[in-house]
Design a protein around this ligand. Structure first.
Ligand code: TXA
Ligand code: MG
Length: 323
């Protein structure tokens, strides 16, 4: 998707003036501000109602800008940059001394990403600097995957929303910490641990709240995040027939495998894709839509525990408030 050049230059001018611009990326929509402007960064936290200790990802147009923000970049980090950028991957690197605390949450590291969406690319090139951009939603809400979602989340709190249609990937970027002895994934995404392991030729760990205390390092990983307001729960495929016969309230069931049991009229079935790429693309959109319909619960069939589903498993657990 492209956009008239004057819209892009208008957006870049707003960023230069310290204003907020929501823009599409291939993952989710971002709420962008000049990453070198303290007041603009504070406006992001205010618009999202987000605690200022949560660090922001800096979006840049090209690898040439990497050293503006990060230093001591390992060859492994560069290898990942070469393999997956532009794309849905965020590298956590040692920050340059001048990177503002509002970006890093006061940590010695900074998250960097080069998005592939043509409108994000055009905006970053026109702006020239780094754009700090969290997902363009209220803190703890679902990330927006369309311009209409951004309006729902941030109407009146953002100076401009660039409409780039529906986001292709649909869930947030993979975040990998490259400042440790062994790289570790802090937030799974559709660039999977398996793809990264294959690329680097070493086994990559995925952070798990059960086995580690990294929580202060990546505060966005706290368990109630990306949640619909309707109570949401996971169910195994085997338990679906029992649910369909015993449930008395009006619920929606998101499944991805077919089943033969009869469905009573007060239960709505939403058939999700069996393909993880398609499932991820549809996930937030579907949850948001179901949230609008005020069911007593959203019940979701568990998805496979394989690497290609790891981001979806992570978001489903978070949507259900499971640690
Ligand atoms: O796909 C994405 O990454 C989207 C699009 C807009 O690029 N952005 C996004 O930003 O999801 P946000 O702020 O909603 O989530 C970024 C997460 C934060 O929750 C934070 O925990 C983590 O990135 N993060 C940022 N900088 C970090 C750092 N220096 N160390 C550890 N975690 C960091
Ligand atoms: Mg977010």
């Amino acid at each position: 998707m492209t956009m008239p050049l004057n819209q892009i230059s208008n957006a870049a001018n707003l960023l230069h003036q310290g204003r907020l611009v929501a823009f599409p990326t291939e993952t989710v929509y971002g709420l962008g501000a000049d990453a070198a402007n303290e007041a603009a960064l504070q406006a992001i936290f205010a618009a999202k109602n987000r605690p200022t200790t949560h660090p922001l990802i800096v979006h840049i147009a090209s690898v040439a800008q990497l050293s503006d923000w990060a230093q001591d970049i390992s060859s492994e980090a560069l290898q990942l940059a070469k393999a997956f950028w532009p794309g849905p991957l965020t590298l956590i690197l040692k920050k340059q001394p001048w990177v503002l605390d509002a970006v890093t949450g006061g940590q010695p590291t900074v998250g960097i990403r080069i998005p592939s969406h043509p409108i994000a690319q055009a905006l970053l090139q026109a702006f020239g600097g780094g754009v700090a951009a969290p997902s363009a939603n209220q803190f703890t809400h679902l990330s927006p995957t369309s311009a209409a979602d951004v309006t729902e989340e941030l109407a009146g709190k953002v100076d401009l929303i660039l409409d780039g249609g529906n986001c292709e990937v649909g869930v947030e970027s993979t975040i990998i910490d490259m400042t440790r002895e062994t790289p570790i994934i802090l937030r799974p995404g559709m660039i999977t641990s398996e793809k990264i392991s294959v690329q680097l030729g070493i086994k990559i760990g995925v952070y798990s709240p059960h086995t580690s205390s990294l929580e202060t390092r990546a505060p966005g990983m706290h368990h109630l995040h990306y949640a619909p307001t309707t109570t949401t729960q996971l169910i195994s495929h085997e338990d679906i027939p029992n649910l369909l016969t015993t449930e008395t309230t009006s619920i929606v069931l998101l499944t991805h495998q077919s089943f033969t049991s009869a469905v009573p009229p007060h239960i709505k079935i939403v058939m999700m894709s069996e393909d993880p790429t398609r499932y991820a693309h549809d996930l937030y959109h579907t949850l948001r839509e179901m949230d609008h319909q005020h069911f007593s619960r959203i019940v979701i069939e568990q998805v496979p525990a394989t690497s290609e589903w790891e981001a979806i498993n992570d978001r489903l657990r978070k949507a259900c408030g499971v640690k």
